[in-house]
Design a protein around this ligand. Sequence first.
Ligand code: FPP
Length: 256
Amino acid sequence: MAIFGKDEAKNDARAAARPQEEKLPRHVAIIMDGNGRWAQRRGMPRSFGHKAGVEALREVIRHSDELGIQALTIYAFSCENWKRSAEEVGALMGLLLEYFARELQELHRKNVRIRILGDIDGMPERFEKQKKALHDAVLCTEANTGLCLNIALNYGGQQEIVRAARNLAIRAAGGEIAPQQIDTAAFESELYTAGLPDVDLLIRTSGEMRLSNFLLYQLAYAEFYTTDTLWPDFDREAYDKALLAYAGRNRRFGGV
Ligand code: FPP
C-alpha cells in the first residue's frame, strides 16, 4: 500500500525542487515580459496576454508569500510604456483597477505590505481612479509586516536616481544635510525602496537580455536569471527553478 497519496507525493517532489530557506533570496525583482507575444501566438489582442499575465502574477505573489520571501518587486508599467497605444495602456490600467478590487483584501489578510515605486501623481488625469486605488492600497497595508510587494508603476530607474539626487540637493540647500554627509546610506534613503535590502535575484522572462530602466541602483549585485518562458506561462515550478538556480550561484560582491 502506498504511504502517500498522489498529491502528497507530488508536493514532496515539488518541495525537493525548491531551495532551502537559508538559500532563498531576500529580495526578488521581476520583469514580466512576453505578454504580447503570448497573445499574438494565440491570434489574440495584446490585452489578452496582459490579462493572462495578471493570473501568473497572482501565483508568483502567493508563492513568494508562502516561501517567506521578504520583498518582491514587479515591473508593471514603466515611464516609457506610455508610448504604447491608447488601447493597450487603457487595458493595462483597467487590469490594475480590477486587480486591487479583487485582491487587496486577501493581500491585507495575508499581512502583505504594498508599496508603489514610481510617480503615481504624475500619471495622466484620466487615471484618477487608478491613482486613488494605488494610494488606498498603500495606506491600507502600510502597517503590515509580511511580504513587501513593490509594484513599479510609472517607474524608471534613471528617473528614480535623478529624483533622489534632487531631494538630497533640496535638503542640502535647506541646510538639513551637509553635502559632505551624502553617502550611499543617505542616497538610498531617498529611493522608493528605502529600508529594503538590495535586489538579490532579478528574473526576466521571454528571453530578452535588457534591464529596461528597472531598478538601476538596486541591481548593483543582483544575480540575473533569464528564461525563454513567456510571462503568462511562468508558474510556480518555473519560479522554483529560478530560485534553485539562484541558490547555486556563488555571490562574491566584488571579493574573491
Ligand atoms: C511586458 O510584456 C509586460 C508589460 C509591459 C506589462 C506587465 C503587466 C502585467 C503583467 C499586469 C499589470 C500588473 C498589475 C499589478 C495588475 P510585453 O507586453 O512587452 O510583451 P512582448 O514583449 O511580448 O510584446
